[in-house]
Design a protein around this ligand. Structure first.
Ligand SMILES: [Zn+2]
Length: 359
């Protein structure tokens, strides 16, 4: 039975690691290195936390969940990242990497913890299975803040206040999760806390992608021509046409045979925005363009045209590229100016990045 639980925990661990890595769209971390980080970092964090637990007694209450369990386990993960830093330094080159590596450590931590529970044999296979699936997912949604603050500390400028804030936020998230489980009268809120934290972690991953230096500037040369044909509508020439298909990342596009405008349908416009303006909710943005039969311009200079009725966007690729770059900058400024999340993101250290001239 223990072997089964260990196999299950490992399977879900690798699956989750794969999913997290899929968010790292510009410069993917080597999978093997992430796996190694999960194993060594997770073990280190477990050892550190076991040592720290020697000095405190934890009661099963909400406050202890935050100030003891949360603080001890999240500080342990941070220390593990700090100790491992020399090994990953070479690949640690954009903010999203901070989240990805601390998440790998959290994943290792949680899996080893589950294996420890399984070998204790006090729990039913049902509980252990649920733990393998749910608690691992919970664990990886606590620590992203630490990764952001630590990246800025190492690569931009000293950021002790940011790291302190990050550990507090991670401890709070961790404590909230454990707290609703510890206190029976709060268990009804578990789903809310679980999905809330997970949603926020995914949002955090997407948001920091907007700050990456590895995003490629759009131009005809980043696209490669395939052997396929693609049906297009040019909003400028107001006509349908069949173009050779051009691909880049998940974007499939065509070029108008009359005006040479770059043309994508609504689905590929979503992919284009996901790549170029990751801070923005691409689906919601494209959905909001509805309601007109005629062309609307997405930019102030009326160069980027969208026809909702046809479901296509057309623009000169260089104009489009300039607009996407500028919009990404504006998205980031808007995000950092938001009341609560903006305040937190700024003080985790993102305010130092926005001061760099090319951001
Ligand atoms: Zn055209």
């Amino acid at each position: 039975m223990q072997v089964l639980v260990i196999a299950l925990a490992s399977f879900f661990g690798i699956l989750y690691l794969w999913v997290i890595r899929s968010f790292d769209i510009y410069e993917k971390e080597p999978f093997f290195r992430l796996l190694l980080t999960a194993i060594t970092g997770g073990s280190l964090a477990i050892i550190i936390s076991l040592i720290l637990y020697e000095f405190v007694t934890v009661r099963q209450t909400f406050t202890d969940a935050i100030i003891k369990v949360g603080l001890i386990e999240e500080s342990s993960k941070f220390l593990a990242l700090l100790l491992l830093y020399k090994l990953i330094r070479k690949d640690f080159d954009e903010i999203v990497d901070g989240i990805i590596y601390i998440t790998a450590i959290s994943l290792g931590f949680s899996i080893i913890e589950n294996i420890k529970y399984a070998s204790g044999a006090h729990y039913s296979i049902y509980i252990l299975t649920v733990r393998s699936v749910i608690s691992v997912l919970g664990h990886i949604s606590f620590s992203g803040y630490i990764g952001i603050a630590f990246y800025i500390h190492k690569k931009i400028r000293k950021n002790y206040a940011g790291i302190l804030l990050a550990i507090c936020l991670a401890s709070l998230a961790h404590g909230l999760y454990d707290g609703v489980l510890f206190q029976k009268e709060l268990t009804a809120y578990f789903k809310l806390v679980f999905w809330g934290l997970l949603f926020f972690q995914v949002w955090l991953l997407k948001t920091v992608l907007g700050f990456s230096d590895f995003r490629r500037t759009l131009s005809k040369s980043v696209f490669h021509e395939t052997d396929e044909k693609i049906f297009c509508y040019c909003c400028r020439c107001n006509k349908t046409f069949i173009s050779n298909e051009y691909r880049f990342w998940k974007i499939k596009a065509g070029f108008c045979d009359s005006c040479n405008n770059f043309t994508v349908d609504a689905g590929n416009l979503i992919n284009l925005i996901k790549y170029s303006r990751p801070v923005l909710n691409a689906k919601r943005y494209v959905k909001r363009l509805s309601g007109t039969m005629k062309n609307i311009a997405l930019d102030k200079a009326d160069k980027i045209l969208f026809n909702y009725n046809r479901g296509f966007m057309s623009a000169d690729i260089n104009d489009l590229s300039d607009w996407l770059n500028e919009s990404n900058k504006q998205d980031k400024i808007r995000m950092l100016n938001k009341p609560v999340v903006g305040f937190l993101l700024r003080n985790l250290g993102l305010k130092y990045i926005m001061k760099k001239p090319d951001c």
